[in-house]
Ligand binder design. Structure first.
Ligand code: SF4
Ligand code: SF4
Length: 313
């Protein structure tokens, strides 16, 4: 097989890169931070080595996330420069605390743009905006537009009427936004959950891995270490594994593959959950129900190479 054929068959490799879990605010719904006040940060030299290794392992997209990445603005700019040099698509997820005036917004955006950032993702929600002036988001987006830097606003919502004024705000300012459902993990774990009843959608999940500042790698960002009974999403540590080895694990484990291709709904149906119940689950909660139970996981793992794969129309 020649190298071109290998590239065609290679899965796309994207990762959420947690440089630090430190944040300057404390959103009530935060998935990234649990009740624990402890924060951690990667060493910059270690982070640079890892980005280089990711480039050699054909990672094509890195999203800097976790806490608030721009608290370490200079470090993040250095990492963005490395991404650019290695032709890696880069994204920074930020709460926009820095855009307090048009000048400050321009200064930060100009630096990110000059460092080669591909896209800025601004978080916005009724929880974020208890701490950050909504006009910061307008100023940050406007600076992006002026510099020709791609941006979008991640509008985190529980789809209740409480969020109508927030959505209207984004529309009034003609901002590019996409709604993102609250994930009921982390601090949102105790929230009241409005009942949902979806249609029988497949609930596929792309499962892009997440790297923590402690160098642990998980098969997805939102679940990460929260499936504590089974550690189903834990891939391993970069202290004793290569980036390539952990990506290969995430790409080849049969149940991960089925989550990507078959979807959680079919897996849930195979496992015996009635259709009437399945439609009452949000995606990540259905995932937790299936894979944070040792018994169900054992059964699904045993079936992954046989009965489960034939459970399709
Ligand atoms: S800005 Fe993001 S990381 Fe910080 S507390 Fe809010 S949701 Fe969590
Ligand atoms: S559905 Fe599962 S794998 Fe996908 S983001 Fe949610 S917890 Fe992670």
């Amino acid at each position: 097989m020649n190298s071109t054929a290998l590239d065609i068959n290679r899965p796309v490799r994207n990762i959420a890169f947690g440089y630090s879990t430190q944040c300057n605010i404390r959103c009530g719904h935060c998935v990234a931070a649990d009740a624990s006040p402890n924060t951690s940060k990667m060493e910059i030299d270690r982070a640079k080595t890892i980005v280089d290794e990711m480039a050699r392992s054909k990672v094509t997209g890195i999203s800097f996330t976790a806490g608030e990445p721009l608290l370490y603005y200079d470090d993040i700019c250095k990492l963005l420069q490395l991404c650019k040099a290695n032709r890696i698509y880069s994204r920074v997820v930020t709460n926009g605390y820095w855009a307090k005036t048009p000048d400050k917004a321009d200064q930060v955006v100009a630096g990110l743009w000059a460092s080669g950032l591909s896209q800025l993702r601004l978080s916005f929600s009724r929880w974020h905006q208890q701490h950050i002036d909504a006009d910061n988001i307008v100023r940050a987006a406007s600076s992006c537009q002026q510099h020709g830097l791609d941006y979008f606003i991640s509008f985190v919502t529980d789809f209740s009427k409480n969020d109508d004024t927030y959505e209207q705000f984004l529309r009034r300012h003609s901002l590019k936004f996409f709604p993102e459902p609250v994930i009921y993990f982390g601090r949102a774990g105790d929230f009241d959950r409005p009942p949902v009843s979806t249609d029988y959608r497949p609930n596929l999940c792309a499962m892009n891995p997440y790297l923590t500042p402690e160098l642990d790698m998980y098969a997805c960002c939102d679940g990460a270490d929260r499936f504590s009974k089974t550690r189903f999403l834990y891939l391993g540590s970069l202290r004793n594994n290569s980036v390539d080895a952990l990506f290969r694990k995430s790409e080849t484990l049969a149940l991960y593959q089925l989550i990507r291709t078959m979807g959680l709904t079919s897996i849930a149906s195979f496992s015996g959950i009635p259709a009437r119940e399945i439609v009452q689950y949000r995606k990540c909660e259905l995932c937790e129900k299936l894979f944070n139970s040792k018994e169900t996981l054992r059964m699904l793992t045993a079936s992954a190479a046989s009965g489960l794969t034939s459970w399709h129309r």
